[in-house]
Design a binder for this molecule. Structure first.
Ligand code: SF4
Length: 284
């Protein structure tokens, strides 16, 4: 079960995305997958390269569109474990519509966002996760927009699994990804993954000083939606661990009527001429 391949990542030394790659590889092995059971779909951005660095099926998609592709893969072959991945710009700007609707649709896909609060690939512009006042080339006097509280938004959109972790905490991150893969339904995992080259504010040190681990909050109950939202708001979203999980909500696949036992990719879709003619008649 080796999810490593021989491609050397071209991320900057110290980039948080290395840990996310390692955590996915470890989590996939820990839950007993084989490389041929896993598909990793990514969007565009530095983090989007991750699909090429894991020994599994991989699809490097288009900007903000990892989720439509990942959901299509899962619907066509629900025997696969499907991970969608990308950055905060990819998922929460151009891809935000897909993110919200994938959450409420609840197809069994694990979505991992490498959140560095900046656009790295295009050399450092303000992203939807940059705090107000954040200075970059695109906001030289400081951003005048507020950052998206993405975890609260995911919960209000109906997510059944919401978790957050930090690249510096490989043990927790691996465990969270394992839990996300094992959850039946859409799993939303946001990872603080510092961009060491362009983000000089939200650094590893900054996160270490500001993150509150949910394990340290006595009596925290991840089945309580209200407590999840209140805790996020109290700590400005800077908490890590399993934030909310609803194991009772059925996944999209479980609710689709007439879903055949055999996944689409394994069905014989060869059309006999009579069937084809009949279909043509029906559509004319
Ligand atoms: Fe990572 Fe930033 Fe370098 Fe991109 S620019 S590889 S996000 S450190």
């Amino acid at each position: 079960k080796d999810f490593r391949n021989n491609i050397k990542p071209n991320w900057c030394p110290g980039c948080g995305d290395f840990s996310v790659q390692a955590a996915i590889q470890r989590a996939a092995a820990n839950v007993g997958l084989e490389p041929e059971n896993l598909a990793v779909v990514s969007g565009i951005g530095c983090s989007g390269r991750i699909s090429g660095y894991i020994n599994s099926y991989g699809f490097h998609g288009i900007h903000g569109r990892s989720l439509p592709i990942a959901q299509g893969v899962k619907m066509a072959n629900r025997d696969l474990t499907v991970i969608a991945s990308g950055g905060d710009g990819d998922g929460f700007a151009i891809g935000m519509g897909h993110t919200v609707h994938a959450i409420r649709r609840n197809i069994d896909v694990t979505y991992i966002v490498m959140d560095n609060q900046i656009y790295g690939l295009t050399k450092g512009q303000t992203s939807p996760r940059s705090e107000m006042g954040f200075k970059t080339k695109s906001t030289p006097t400081g951003s005048i927009e507020s950052a998206i509280g993405i975890m609260e938004l995911a919960i209000s959109a109906g997510a059944g699994f919401v978790a957050q972790s930090f690249s510096s905490d490989l043990k927790e991150l691996t465990s969270i990804i394992e839990q996300g893969i094992n959850h039946k339904g859409f799993s939303f995992i946001n990872v603080f993954s510092p961009c060491v080259t362009f983000n000089k504010v939200n650094t590893y040190e900054w996160f270490k000083e500001n993150i509150v681990k949910l394990d340290s909050i006595e009596g925290y109950d991840p089945t309580s939606r209200a407590q999840a939202v209140n805790t996020l708001m109290e700590h400005n979203g800077l908490v890590t661990g399993l934030i909310y999980q609803n194991k009772e909500r059925p996944s999209y696949e479980q609710l689709v009527h007439g879903f055949k036992e055999t996944p689409l990719v394994n069905q014989d879709i060869t059309l006999e001429k009579d069937t084809f003619d009949q279909l043509l008649t029906e559509f004319m």
